[in-house]
Design a protein around this ligand. Structure first.
Ligand code: AMP
Ligand code: MG
Length: 394
């Protein structure tokens, strides 16, 4: 059976090789948080656009203050948002504020703290080097240079950068659409009072939220019964989305029909089964050009397999490059014991402290199924063979 790393690498390769062509759209910058850039963005002018003072002080020619203390004639002042028409000549300085452009003839700014008023002159008390307290024109970006690449997901910082280069609208990739099909005769809508032998359809809401968090647009097709005709109809409807996610019906039970129906429709099965716990029966394949996942129906299994496998696909379909997830080392908050020798993944809460992170598996004791997903900030991985771990272990 494939290991987690092998299976995920296959997913990455297959989806990259399919070169998903993403539609793009242009939206106002204010709506762009969390979206993925579909264009390289260049600086519209030099940054900074002028030699900019980073201090309140006096603009000088540094060569003239090499033998400080010296006194200079103050010929005026230049606040931020204005510019000085003339130039400073020998023996002169100009009072300047943070953010203002350096006048002609000056190449440095002396901090006000290093000056003394000797009206009408100014005494400079320390020597200074060329370009001290100045950010030179074009030193952060020259006009036309790339400042953000296509494929970058936009956070608040990137949006600030786009705003500074004047991009009030921006070209982004259309969000990938994901069809979600929960399956199972026992599964009923959450609005309905379930009979004692029925289970509420919690997975659809959970998976739709996971899709949203990963930058996709989810559409729940409906609850498919364990019956081929209706399941087939829903799968065909789901193919209108970019990615199809089924939950349940991929194990070895007599009524686990998902694989059979997909096969009858001509699906290519890329793998069925990964050496992980939970999530061993995970199914991945392609049908009529669309990738699909069959996630095991247990809520913890669905949650974990989505995070591990479907989320990277969704990010690729959204225009980002494929990346293997990064796992960080953390301390266990309480002792943990597992009997199985498969790599174990579980929803967990994580607490950041000075000196590192501490994780605790989700849920309360003995509640891995129900409570497990109720405490899911990250996915905790235990390697095969890590069967008995004390609290505080890494
Ligand atoms: P299955 O993978 O179909 O064998 O289902 C495994 C377990 O997950 C069973 O106990 C199901 O009742 C439960 N289950 C399946 N689908 C859902 C769902 N949509 N919401 C909540 N639980 C589910
Ligand atoms: Mg089922």
């Amino acid at each position: 059976m494939l290991s987690f790393e092998q299976a995920l690498a296959i997913v990455g390769e297959k989806v990259s090789a399919a070169k998903p062509q993403r539609a793009t759209e242009t939206i106002p910058l204010e709506d762009a948080l969390g979206r993925v850039l579909a264009e390289d963005v260049a600086a519209d002018r030099d940054y900074p656009p002028f030699h900019r003072s980073t201090r309140d002080g006096f603009a000088v020619n540094s060569a003239e203050v090499g033998s400080a203390p010296v006194t200079l004639e103050r010929i005026g002042e230049i606040p931020a948002g204005q510019h000085f028409e003339g130039r400073i000549e020998k023996g002169q300085c100009l009072q300047i504020m943070t953010g203002a452009p350096l006048p002609e003839g000056a190449d440095a700014v002396v901090m006000i703290e290093h000056t003394r008023p000797l009206a009408p002159r100014i005494e400079i008390t320390r020597p200074i080097s060329p370009w001290d307290n100045v950010v030179r024109r074009g030193s952060e970006a020259s006009a036309g240079s790339k400042i953000l690449p296509r494929g970058r997901r936009l956070g608040a910082g990137e949006i600030g950068l786009l705003a500074s280069v004047g991009r009030s609208s921006i070209q982004i990739f259309v969000q990938p659409s994901v069809a979600i099909i929960p399956t199972g005769d026992e599964v009923v809508p959450i609005e309905r009072v379930p009979q004692w032998f029925q289970i509420r359809n919690s997975n659809a809401m959970m998976l739709a939220s996971q899709v949203k968090a990963a930058g996709g647009a989810a559409k729940v097709i409906g609850i498919a019964p364990d019956e081929k005709e209706e399941l087939r109809r829903m799968i065909l409807e789901g193919l209108q989305s970019d990615l199809l996610i089924l939950s349940g019906g991929v194990s070895m039970g007599k009524y686990d029909l998902v694989k059979e129906v997909l096969g009858e429709l001509g699906a290519e099965f890329i793998f069925h089964g990964v050496a992980i716990r939970p999530g061993k029966p995970l199914l991945f394949g392609r049908l009529r050009g669309n990738f699909f996942f069959g996630l095991p129906g247990n809520p913890v299994s669905s949650y974990v397999t989505f995070e591990l496998f479907a989320r990277p696909v969704l990010r690729m379909l959204g225009g980002e490059p494929f990346e293997m997830p990064v796992f960080l080392r953390a301390r266990l908050a309480k002792p943990f014991r597992q009997r199985h020798r498969l790599a174990a993944f579980m929803p967990a809460r994580v607490e950041m402290q000075a000196g590192g992170a501490t994780v605790s598996p989700g849920g309360w004791p003995g509640s891995r199924d129900l409570g497990g997903v109720g405490a899911a900030e990250c996915v905790l991985v235990l390697h095969p063979g890590q069967t008995d771990m004390a609290a505080g272990g890494l």
